[in-house]
Design a protein around this ligand. Structure first.
Ligand code: HEM
Length: 252
């Protein structure tokens, strides 16, 4: 009796998942507003920190060392701008699937030319900031979490552990974008606390603004991390129907 050769043996019949068609870039309408907001934020903030004029700073500088504080802010914001735009490109599925090489290059730019310098400088500007101590603690926390999640994600990508890479980089994206969302929270808290200006704050607008700053710093990154966690644990109908069980998408 001849045994069937393993080379010629017929393939066992396995149920095949329906082929996943790559959606066109314009089928991802969220990427356009995301990039517009990222570029708009950078265009609105960065120029004030490239003039080498401390008078242009949009935040209060330390009276004892305004030039050094301004310089730290300028470098932080320059590299933060690279990080914000790079991380917005990284979560674009069309770019990731169509040009994986670009994803790898932009990923390195995000980590090494964005988060590393911007995150270390964020620690410095958090410590010397003129906001209340509770706000400074909140900023130090987000700096550490941003650096930690990004480098964990980078490590996992190098080890080709893409499930963990995806999780860490979604946290990193959420923390990076908390800086933009923080400005929205400032407006929300300001509107919420305005009715208390003449009662609880006895007309002290500065005290109210100080509370708005602290509340928005903490809310900005905590809410974003909660949304990221929900996103990671959700079970989208489309993915359940079409994705093979073993395939792990890299990114959102
Ligand atoms: C996620 C980690 C980050 C932390 C913890 C952080 C922290 C800080 C702190 C403490 C300040 C000084 C605020 C003050 O003294 O009142 C600051 C300023 C600033 N940061 Fe960051 N930052 C981070 C990421 C980014 C990113 C990714 C950008 C993107 C461009 C950015 C843009 C800015 C800008 C524009 C300012 C000047 C304030 C303003 O004009 O609104 N930061 N940051």
């Amino acid at each position: 009796m001849t045994r069937p050769s393993p080379l010629t043996a017929p393939e066992p019949e396995t149920p095949t998942a329906p082929a996943r068609t790559k959606p066109k870039w314009y089928r991802r309408p969220w990427i356009v507003p995301l990039l517009v907001v990222a570029v708009g934020f950078v265009a609105a903030r960065l120029p004030s920190y490239l003039t080498f004029d401390t008078g242009d700073s949009l935040v209060e500088l330390q009276p004892d060392f305004p030039e050094t504080h301004y310089l730290l802010l300028s470098i932080h914001i320059f590299f933060g701008s690279i990080a914000l735009i790079a991380c917005s490109l990284q979560v674009w599925p069309w770019l990731r699937n169509t040009y994986p090489r670009v994803h790898r290059i932009t990923g390195r730019v995000y980590v090494l030319a964005g988060v590393l310098p911007a995150g270390l400088l964020a620690l410095a500007v958090s410590v010397v900031s003129t906001v209340d101590v509770a706000g400074r603690i909140g900023n130090v926390m987000v700096s550490l979490l941003w650096l930690g999640s990004t480098f964990a994600g980078f490590h996992y990508a190098r080890k080709r552990r893409f499930r963990e890479h995806r999780r860490m980089m979604i946290y990193s994206f959420a923390l990076c974008w908390s800086i933009v969302l923080n400005r929205v929270w400032i407006a929300i808290f300001f509107i919420m606390l305005m009715p208390l200006e003449n009662t609880y704050y006895s007309g002290d607008l500065d005290a109210m603004i100080a509370d708005v700053a602290v509340a928005s710093i903490w809310t900005g990154w905590i809410v974003n991390l909660i949304i990221a966690e929900w996103w990671l644990n959700r079970r989208p109908k489309a993915r359940k129907r079409t994705a093979p069980a073993t395939k792990v998408a890299v990114g959102a």
